[in-house]
Design a protein. Structure first.
Length: 175
């Protein structure tokens, strides 16, 4: 099975703002960015299409595909809890420092840890492996895409951010 991991395009949020699961909109450059993504996958025939239900992924999915799209909450970005829509430079306190020192196991204040994200994404991958699709498109977020890559390649969670996942990037993996 070939997985095409597609990160959403740029968002309409100021730089250096933590937005996680907040349902933010796409940037004004969406149509241009989405067209570039479409060109990257235009020669692929997809058997199944999955997407995070958040607006930035829904819009890209609907732009890219005319076939049925399955929206799955397990593909959502990390829940940053109280830190959502806060500027990173202004997030402080002991909970923040605990999380920065151990984001894998420590949840954000009223949010989730990377391990919690990884477990829900892992559940999605296990369900996906039960089917025999040839080419699958997954439109998601930087965090969930990194988690899928770690799951498929059996890498350690501490390696999550060794892989760049840019806005509008398409990453092909085979499982």
């Amino acid at each position: 099975m070939n997985l095409y991991l597609i990160r959403h395009t740029k968002v309409d949020v100021k730089p250096r703002v933590c937005y996680g699961q907040t349902n933010v909109d796409v940037a004004p450059t969406f149509n241009e960015e989405a067209q570039k993504v479409k060109e990257k996958i235009q020669d692929v025939s997809f058997c199944k299409i999955f997407s995070s239900p958040l607006k930035r992924c829904q819009k890209l999915s609907n732009f890219l595909f005319t076939d049925e799209i399955t929206f799955d909450d397990r593909l959502m970005e990390l829940n940053f809890g109280n830190w959502e829509m806060q500027e990173w430079d202004k997030i402080t306190g002991s909970e923040y420092h605990k999380w920065m020192n151990d984001y894998i196991y420590t949840p954000c204040l009223n949010g989730e840890s990377f391990l919690q994200l990884h477990n829900r994404v892992g559940s999605f991958i296990e369900d996906l492996k039960k089917d025999n699709y040839q080419n699958v498109a997954i439109v998601a977020h930087g965090g969930s895409i990194r988690s899928i890559i770690l799951n498929i390649t059996n890498k350690d969670l501490k390696d999550a951010f060794k892989t760049d996942v840019d806005y509008g990037q398409v990453i092909k993996l085979e499982i």
